[in-house]
Design a protein around this ligand. Structure first.
Ligand code: ADP
Ligand code: MG
Length: 318
């Protein structure tokens, strides 16, 4: 399979398993064509494979080239003025969109810094004239530092373009909870935009460009979604790899790292890893036998006030 967007995992062949999750979300993506997929959230601790899964989904959907445009954006753990955030989000979408339409991977990792001027030129050159108006609109707002308008334009762009072309866009936003914690209304970064996730209240309901968000800070994301986007997202955990997929992964890593392991050791490591992850989960959460806030299906998910909010619509994925 061709890799379009560089995956953080490194060598693409390292990606192992996640068969159930890939099948579930590819079906979810397929159903966007009939506009029946609801925005969804994957909640699980750090280093459980969310980014690897989203980036692989991105590349599969890109490769399929079947009226569904993938969009991947990671919200970073660094303070940012909302104007800069909006422009970065906007340009990331434009460049990924142009790459998809032209099948040119260079737009996914441009050698020069991306700018609105360059995006405007590229769109004209590639015959994607309908992108030029929103880019001009963004430039105008950026010049006047109308930051909240810049965010409105950026946030609405994916669904607007999908509507214009009768296409679908799948918006994969990694570490969504950071939108409420690292974006600021002012350039000096003193006024945190602490309810910014709520700006998605209507945007995330459009079925031509649903969101697939992730969060490592499970409590934060759960709270943001329940408080600011009630009923808008299906929520589900990302479980451990099943034993056979763990074994396959350990074998691959041992080959790459040139560490010889016997078959017996591989199985032992796979079982210990699962046991260890479970032990860490229990230890970290203070889980007790009658803990009412604990989701029985994923002990990593809990909300102290609302109790278990796990929705069973995503039963298939964990
Ligand atoms: N399906 C997978 N196959 C092989 N390695 C994986 C897989 N998922 C995750 N990994 C490994 O685990 C690390 C952490 O995964 P990552 O996707 O960054 O987790 P998260 O985004 O949940 O923090 C990756 O760098 C990669 O080495
Ligand atoms: Mg990640």
């Amino acid at each position: 399979m061709k890799i379009w967007l560089k995956e953080r995992i490194g060598k693409p062949e390292l990606f192992t398993g996640r068969k159930k999750e890939l099948a579930y979300f590819l079906n979810w993506i397929d159903r966007t064509k009939q506009e029946i997929s609801q925005s969804s959230a994957i909640l699980s601790r750090r280093k459980t494979g969310k980014t690897a899964l989203l980036q692989r989904l991105y590349n599969i959907v890109f490769e399929r080239n079947d009226r569904v445009v993938p969009f991947y954006y990671e919200i970073r753990e660094a303070d940012k003025w909302i104007g800069d955030f909006a422009e970065d989000f906007f340009l990331t979408f434009i460049y990924q969109y142009v790459a998809f339409k032209t099948r040119n991977r260079d737009y996914l990792s441009p050698k020069k810094a991306r700018t609105l001027e360059e995006a405007h030129d590229i769109s004209g050159r590639e015959g994607l004239d309908y992108l030029m108006d929103p880019i001009r609109g963004m430039r105008l707002r950026a010049e006047k530092e109308k930051a909240d308008m810049m965010w409105d334009i950026a946030r609405e762009l994916p669904r607007g373009i999908a509507e214009h072309n009768d296409e679908r866009v799948v918006q994969m936003i990694d570490e969504f909870q950071f939108i409420n914690r690292f974006i600021f209304w002012d350039k000096e970064r003193t006024r945190r935009a602490e309810n910014l996730a709520g700006s998605y209240l209507h945007t995330c309901e459009y079925k031509n460009a649903p969101l697939l968000v992730t969060g490592s800070w499970v409590g934060w994301l759960m709270d943001d979604l329940n408080r600011l986007l009630p009923g808008r997202f299906l929520k589900g955990p990302l479980g451990n790899l099943p034993e056979d997929e763990s074994v396959e992964m350990i074998c691959k890593y041992s080959l790459i790292d040139k560490v010889l392991v016997s078959e017996e050791t591989v199985w032992l490591i796979a079982r210990l890893t699962l046991l260890h992850q479970r032990a860490v989960q229990i230890e970290m959460s203070g889980e007790g036998p009658d803990d009412p806030g604990r989701c029985p299906e994923d002990p990593g998910i809990r909300d102290p006030e609302l109790g278990c909010q796990h929705q069973h619509d995503l039963d298939g994925i964990s």
